[in-house]
Design a protein around this ligand. Structure first.
Ligand SMILES: Nc1nc2c(ncn2[C@@H]2O[C@H](COP(=O)(O)OP(=O)(O)O)[C@@H](O)[C@H]2O)c(=O)[nH]1
Ligand SMILES: [Mg+2]
Length: 280
């Protein structure tokens, strides 16, 4: 099959530029899997460039409040400033603004948003921009700076860089999937989803049946049944197209049809094991 469309992710160079232009960097993570959607590499980059970092745990409407609270504490004990919000429901955004203000003594403050794809970066930029913001360019305090990057003045002494820094999700495994890699960009979408289904079946035995009406507890069988139900079948062989079922599950995770979550004590995926297993 000819692939006509591929999502092009920002490069690390672009990410460094965005971070370099900011005083405060908001690292947005998905509240369901903050451990998986944070990036140590970005955190180190922000530190190295001497910017202040705020971890923004977004989509908190999807998890219990005490779990959001425990994640905030977890990040704070690691020495990071953290805040939990729901950009979609406009919850926690006042606290976020005040965190940004307190993060640096510089005035005005320029804030940048970074994170993996689909964590809610654009939604947060829009919320922070608000209704009454006005576009301003170039970035204050950088005379003669002429680029396409726009900042928005949002309230007193706070500017938001309009372009988010996108962290490229690498690899072909379940982490790449949860980090928002485009389903069409996987060479083989089945493997990462099988890894994911193994975790679901083990930890949340009813969820696959609830979401897909499929009773099997065996990942490949689950994919087959999902494909068969939707009549995704190879014409010649009559075999189910499990790649399509796998991509559906990837999309459904981001459509929030599947809601499970990590806690600091009980991560959805043990990252240590993963690094070892997949050698990265
Ligand atoms: N449940 C929930 N979904 C959100 C929230 N913020 C953003 N989203 C959704 O997450 C998806 C990706 O958001 P977007 O802002 O485009 O993410 P980006 O790729 O990081 O810019 C969209 O479907 C949003 O509606 C939130 O606070 N809660
Ligand atoms: Mg976006």
């Amino acid at each position: 099959m000819l692939r006509v469309f591929r999502v092009k992710y920002a490069t690390w160079r672009e990410l460094r530029q965005v971070v370099g232009r900011a005083d405060a960097v908001l690292e947005v993570v998905d509240a369901r899997v903050p451990d998986i959607t944070r990036s140590r590499k970005v955190e180190k980059l922000v530190e190295r460039l001497g910017r202040s970092l705020i971890i923004v745990i977004n989509k908190c409407d999807l998890i219990p409040k005490h779990v959001a609270e425990s994640w905030r504490k977890f990040f704070e004990t690691q020495g990071y400033s953290a805040v939990y919000i729901s950009a979609r429901e406009r919850l926690g955004t006042r606290i976020l603004r005040s965190k940004i203000r307190k993060s640096t003594s510089r005035k005005p403050i320029v804030a940048a948003i970074v994170g993996y794809p689909k964590v809610g970066k654009s939604t947060i930029i829009n919320v922070l921009k608000g209704k009454h913001s006005a576009p301003t360019s170039p970035i204050p305090g950088s005379p003669g700076y002429t680029t396409h990057v726009r900042t928005y003045r949002t309230g007193k002494s706070l500017y938001i860089i309009d372009t988010p820094g996108v962290i490229p999700p690498l690899g072909e495994n379940v982490l790449a999937f949860l980090r928002g890699k485009d389903p069409e960009s996987f060479k083989d979408p089945v493997k990462p989803v099988v890894e994911f289904l193994k975790i679901l079946v083990e930890r949340f035995p009813n969820i696959v049946e609830e979401v897909y009406g499929v009773e099997s507890k065996e990942p490949y069988r689950i994919l087959e049944e999902i494909a068969l139900k939707r009549k995704w079948i190879y014409k010649k062989t009559k075999e189910p197209i499990i790649e399509e079922a796998a991509k559906l599950i990837m999309r459904d995770w981001f459509k929030e049809k599947i809601v499970v979550y990590s806690t600091p004590d009980k991560p959805l995926i043990k990252l240590e094991n993963f690094r070892f297993k997949f050698k990265f």
